[in-house]
Design a protein around this ligand. Structure first.
Ligand SMILES: Cc1ncc(COP(=O)(O)O)c(C=O)c1O
Length: 412
């Protein structure tokens, strides 16, 4: 049957902002996970296995008993106090003292990213991001059409000295905010050391800039000591985190801490967006967290993820060719591999998918679309055996591409 080509009859109606918004490469890749035999190193799907389903049923029953119809009603835009109580405790463990009105609950951290973007960015405003940066943050901000200033990353996260050089030229208040993921970066897998954190805070103060700290993975550390958050060093830092990685992304609950005048604006944005987050989900989470079960879950998660990370690094050492390198994450979900500059991982993807292995090409994580000789490899989802097999297959694909590129060079 011949395929008809359907042109979008509404193409001339869309806002210009839609032309800047790319569908997330990762969501697109999720589809490939359904192909039989595919080993998915693309999406960062958390492992929800340690969660006792009976415990969730119990928390749900307790919610209905204790809250009754309230759980089925609209809630406050700022979030349910019962759950906020747990977040206050979580933040205190990270050295951050907050009260109920210092933060609001959101639909995951992703909504916090969108709300901060809509609160601050007018067309053409500068925002400062890491290069590479979390693709969901690029997606959330791109609709507001900012001008991105990318700051390079190395094995210790954002190269803050390069930010200092840029700011010296640009001067004070030259960007709306600096977005950073200091712990176990997505996609780079690296962590910003204390000295760089202090320097970043100093720079933000000197140049009167806001920092927006995104910390979904901080509790998934597999070795070493925790490093103080940026928010614990300065109360002007905006901070978001989420229940997605320490419990379940299905709940869609995160939070954002910000100075009060900013938070007031963010709440208005949230009301416009969804009125409030799900009262029901917040209350079930509250009852689940009342029993402290999550701490045991997270210990199990750390063991599982650590072992998968180790399997991936061992396989990379065995199967990836000379001329490639990768980061060694101390936590989180992702490892960042670097190929020779002449290779393009987005062009290579089709061959990888044919060989039943998926990853996310590096250029998805750069505001300017560069970075194609990198790839993000997620070690959170597949087990050790599958990870080893996937890296073996990928190593073969890369070796083939390197050989092809060399033979073409010789011919020229
Ligand atoms: C760095 C970062 N920020 C934010 C999010 C969004 O998480 P959620 O909306 O599930 O809380 C993610 C999810 O992968 C992430 O990696």
């Amino acid at each position: 049957m011949a395929h008809e080509i359907h042109l979008d009859p509404w193409a001339d109606l869309y806002a210009t902002r839609m032309s800047n918004m790319k569908g997330s490469a990762i969501r697109a890749m999720m589809g490939s996970a359904e192909i039989p035999g595919m080993i998915a190193l693309a999406g960062g799907l958390p492992n929800t296995k340690p969660i006792g389903l009976d415990d969730v049923v119990r928390a749900t029953r307790e919610t209905m008993k204790a809250e009754g119809g309230t759980a089925l009603q609209y809630g406050s835009s700022e979030g349910h106090k019962g759950l906020k109580r747990h977040i206050i405790k979580l933040m205190a463990e990270e050295g951050v003292t907050v009260d109920y009105d210092d933060f609001i609950l959101t639909q995951g951290s992703q909504q916090a990213l969108d709300l901060v973007a809509r609160t601050f960015i007018d067309v053409g405003n500068r925002i400062i991001v890491e290069a590479p940066s979390y693709v969901g943050a690029l997606q959330a901000t791109s609709g507001y059409q900012p001008d991105y200033l990318q700051i390079r990353m190395d094995d210790d996260g954002m190269v803050v000295d390069e930010l200092a050089v840029a700011l010296k030229k640009l001067g004070p208040r030259s960007a709306k905010f600096i977005y950073v993921v200091p712990n176990f970066h997505n996609p780079a897998g690296v962590t910003l050391p204390l000295e760089r954190r202090k320097r970043l805070i100093e720079l933000a103060r000197e140049y009167e800039l806001l920092i927006f700290e995104d910390n979904p993975y901080g509790r998934l550390r597999y070795e070493g000591e925790d490093i103080p958050s940026l928010r614990s060093m300065d109360e002007n830092v905006m901070y978001t985190s989420t229940f997605s990685k320490i419990f379940s992304p299905g709940m869609r609950i995160g939070w954002i801490i910000a100075p009060h005048p900013i938070l007031d604006k963010i709440v208005i944005g949230k009301q416009a967006s969804d009125l409030c987050s799900s009262n029901f989900a917040q209350m079930v989470l509250e009852h689940y967290f009342d029993r402290n079960l999550w701490q045991k879950n997270i210990e199990q998660l750390r063991d599982v993820y650590r072992s998968r990370r180790d399997a991936m690094i061992a396989a990379l050492e065995e199967f990836f060719p000379e001329g490639t390198s990768w980061t060694k994450p101390a936590g989180g979900f992702f490892l960042w591999a670097t190929l020779p500059e002449y290779l393009d991982s987005s062009e290579m993807l089709a061959e990888a998918i044919e060989n039943k292995v998926s990853y996310v090409p590096g250029n998805a994580f750069y505001a300017d679309g560069s970075g194609a000789h990198h790839m993000r490899l997620a070690f959170c989802y597949e087990d050790e055996e599958k990870i080893t097999e996937a890296i073996k297959r990928l190593g073969k694909v890369i070796k083939g591409q390197m050989a092809l590129a060399k033979s073409l060079l010789i011919k020229e």
